[in-house]
Design a protein around this ligand. Structure first.
Ligand code: DHE
Length: 520
């Protein structure tokens, strides 16, 4: 859902994303340093090993100073040691530039590489039938802590951590749950998909589906995981029961132009996945309904062969042509309509049945549809979306597709959250000088009724409610940061837990029941 941030982030974070030109660094000296100090953990090909991949694509969100600091000081709670006593500042700079530069041989990740990475440390048949703790398993929160690449499983009633474990490097986006809430699936930016058992609190399967992955979706029958990659440009379908790879689909249009995947979504009422593409004006839908014949004959193929568009049907893409690349989406509750926005801020409504545009959306600026929520108001379903350009919230009537109101926030933010049991929606302004301010919006009057500054000067964003909507859990996205529990009625703080940059938290019940106030 965050893909629209790209444009703003381009100004702030993505400058260091540029791979350093080879001429700027003494690559032979740097390569030698890499071989001596880094290769044993990060791999000779820089694709990762015990440590994460060190490719420009995987490090794109880090500034050079941060990479240098990590080389110098190491990373706490990991195997990454500091090299300050072994390397000069000049050598640290050389290594920093080296890992940000494109490797001489373009990295490849084949079907065989993927299969070789697959691990199932625990047999699913040996797992206990019940949770091994007393907390309510449907009111757990899974908290992703980006500060030190860990995940905390939190009791959502007592607000106490049940366990904390190391994740892969840079888990991004929301973890996804099996329909019964027992398993949670994570994807990391460097291509790992992990299945974790929330009853026995352990990783049960792991596979690397690519070198750079956008996100994953879980089918509503609990049988399939779809992962979308930008490197290589593929979709990978996994068996949700243990993550065995089932099918790899090359992402390209009919003329053969490849595309990175922008995001994959699960359209539960349609029993299909919807795929947003970054580079070609198409929207794909992949049915996992076995009655959506014809069945594609070869379930497994090498993405290099690119047979993706052969025959729409079970597990095979069906293409909706678009007038422009749309890569940020919100779906209506029936999943018949997709609201999509382009990077230039144009927004449209696409019918997945008619496979064409049915309306333009009167939203300007840079609507961030992926963070949208919807709710009932006066017999109408209203969709609310933040806007990354002007920092306003826009409210759209989902029957007429008309804009009914806009309210101004203190500045642009990313996330918007609510719950069926609260009259309020919560929005942040984390991309502005008011990054510490949460705005509380009344869903009846569509106006801001309160502003909340929990930790002055600290980036405060991403709210998720408890199962009953009584408490809101808020992230202080700093390292060290906090997870703050706020009474959703009185707006008073009731607890605070220290966390390492908790970028996101996800309530099992709200996710598996598709609460209208949260992301899916
Ligand atoms: Fe995200 C979700 C894309 C930057 C934190 N982000 C998503 C999703 C996409 C996306 C496609 C939906 C995935 C899902 O949940 O299935 N994000 C992008 C970008 O394109 C962008 C702008 C640039 C990039 O590097 O990818 C971007 N995102 C960020 C960040 O900088 C954030 C704040 C911190 C980070 O990545 O370490 C960040 N993104 C998040 C979070 C979600 C997310 C917390 C899940 C939101 C949710 O509640 O579901």
């Amino acid at each position: 859902m965050m893909k629209r941030w790209l444009v703003l982030f381009a100004l702030t974070l993505s400058l260091p994303l540029q791979a350093a030109p080879a001429a700027d660094i003494d690559s032979s000296a740097a390569a030698q340093l890499y071989g001596q100090h880094c290769q044993s953990c990060h791999g000779a090909d820089r694709l990762g090993g015990m440590g994460p991949a060190l490719l420009p694509e995987s490090l794109e969100r880090l500034k050079p100073a941060e990479i240098s600091r990590t080389i110098r000081q190491g990373r706490s709670a990991t195997q990454m040691a500091g090299f300050a006593s072994q390397l000069s500042e000049e050598q640290i700079s050389q290594l920093t530039a080296y890992v940000q530069s494109a490797p001489a041989t373009p990295p490849r990740w084949s079907e065989a590489d993927m299969r070789a990475s697959h691990r199932q440390p625990v047999a699913l048949s040996s797992l206990p039938a019940k949770p091994q703790y007393t907390a309510n398993p449907l009111n757990l929160f899974v908290v992703v802590e980006a500060g030190d690449h860990h995940v905390t499983v939190l009791d959502g009633e007592r607000f106490r951590p049940i366990t904390r474990f190391a994740s892969h490097y840079a888990v991004h986006g929301g973890p996804k749950f099996s329909p019964d809430g027992r398993f949670v699936y994570f994807s990391s930016r460097d291509g790992w998909v992990t299945q974790y058992d929330l009853y026995s609190l352990q990783v049960v399967a792991d596979i690397r589906v690519g070198l750079n992955t956008r996100n994953i979706a879980v089918s509503d029958d609990g049988n399939w995981i779809l992962a979308g990659n930008t490197l290589p440009q593929t979709l990978v379908l996994l068996d949700a029961h243990g993550l065995a790879p089932v099918k790899t689909i090359a992402v390209r249009d009919a003329a053969g132009h490849p595309s990175r995947v922008s995001a994959v979504y699960e359209a539960a009422p349609r029993h299909s996945f919807v795929v947003a593409l970054k580079d070609v004006p198409e929207l794909w839908e992949i049915s996992y309904d076995r009655h959506a014949a014809p069945v594609y004959p070869g379930l497994v193929h090498d993405y290099q062969m690119g047979e993706a568009l052969a025959q729409p049907g079970f597990l095979t893409p069906r293409v909706t042509p678009l007038s422009m690349v749309l890569d940020d989406f919100y779906f209506d509750p029936s999943y018949q309509h997709v609201l999509g926005a382009s990077r230039s801020g144009q927004a449209q409504v696409i019918s997945l049945d008619a496979r064409s545009k049915v309306a333009d959306l009167p939203l300007d600026g840079m609507p961030h549809l992926g963070s949208g929520i919807s709710f009932e108001r006066d017999g109408h379903r209203i969709m609310a979306t933040p806007n990354l350009k002007g920092g306003q919230l826009s409210f759209v009537d989902m029957d007429s597709w008309q804009l009914i109101k806009q309210v101004q926030l203190p500045g642009p933010g990313f996330f918007l959250r609510s719950h069926e049991n609260t009259p309020y929606a919560w929005a942040d302004s984390m991309m502005s000088a008011h990054k510490d301010t949460l705005s509380i919006i009344d869903k009846r009057s569509l106006s801001v009724v309160r502003q909340l500054v929990l930790r002055p000067g600290k980036t405060t964003a991403h709210v998720e409610f408890t199962r009953d909507g009584r408490y809101a859990l808020v992230s202080v996205m700093e390292n060290p940061g906090e997870l703050i529990v706020v009474d959703a009625q009185t707006l008073r703080e009731v607890a605070a837990l220290p966390m390492a940059k908790p970028i996101g938290k996800y309530n099992v019940f709200n996710k598996v029941n598709r609460s209208e106030g949260t992301s899916h």
